[in-house]
Design a protein around this ligand. Structure first.
Ligand SMILES: [Zn+2]
Length: 201
């Protein structure tokens, strides 16, 4: 079968009680990248515009509490906001290190120890600044019959991409985390080189 004709598929789902309340967890497999992506859904009924966070995996930050980035705090804040809403969705994309993978992300960290910023480090490794694609997220939303969302993000590129993939952004809700002494440089790069909307750096 031609890969491009396949659509994204929900391959497993179950209830997931968490400290932020009960979610339905679903695993979607994408023919786009061949990877499995995680979706947490809060609420029985989806009413548009629905609150959505599209979050890219960060093992170092989310599991090991790395202070090099703000991913963990952003994830926690997103789950907190979604838990307060009647319904909401967290799409957790399998794209570590802005799409370059864990090994290359650690290599980029090593380069940053020698003074490069995150963009320069990625470039030195031969990657674009940000390889993340939000096409899979748009496909998941469409599969859930959602086309109008309120999105938690500081990243204008995410909004542009989603709109290009046919998702209507009703409202953009900032998701800014106060910088720490270590991630301030990373957040400054995000702001000045990647155009993220950050007021606290
Ligand atoms: Zn991170």
């Amino acid at each position: 079968m031609n890969n491009t004709k396949q659509t994204i598929v929900n391959i497993a789902s179950a209830a997931l009680p968490t400290t932020y309340g009960v979610f339905q967890i679903r695993i979607y497999k994408s023919p786009e990248d061949g990877l499995e992506h995680v979706v947490l859904i809060k609420g029985k009924k989806i009413k548009e515009p629905i609150l959505v966070r599209i979050h890219s995996e960060c093992l170092t930050g989310e599991v090991f509490t790395s202070l090099r980035c703000d991913c963990r705090d952003q994830l926690i804040k997103s789950l907190t906001e979604i838990s307060k809403a009647k319904s909401g969705i967290l799409i957790y994309l399998n794209q570590e290190g802005r799409g370059i993978g864990l090994t290359n992300k650690i290599k980029a960290y090593a380069l940053q120890e020698n003074g490069l910023d995150t963009v320069e480090a990625n470039e030195q490794l031969g990657f674009a600044t940000d390889l993340r694609s939000f096409k899979v997220a748009a496909q998941i939303l469409k599969k859930l019959k959602i086309c109008k969302i309120n999105i938690l993000t500081n990243n204008p590129d995410k909004i542009t991409q989603l709109e290009n993939f046919g998702i209507q952004i009703n409202k953009t809700i900032p998701l800014e985390i106060k910088p720490n002494l270590i991630d301030i440089r990373y957040l400054k790069t995000k702001k000045y080189k990647m155009g993220h909307k950050l007021k606290l750096v």
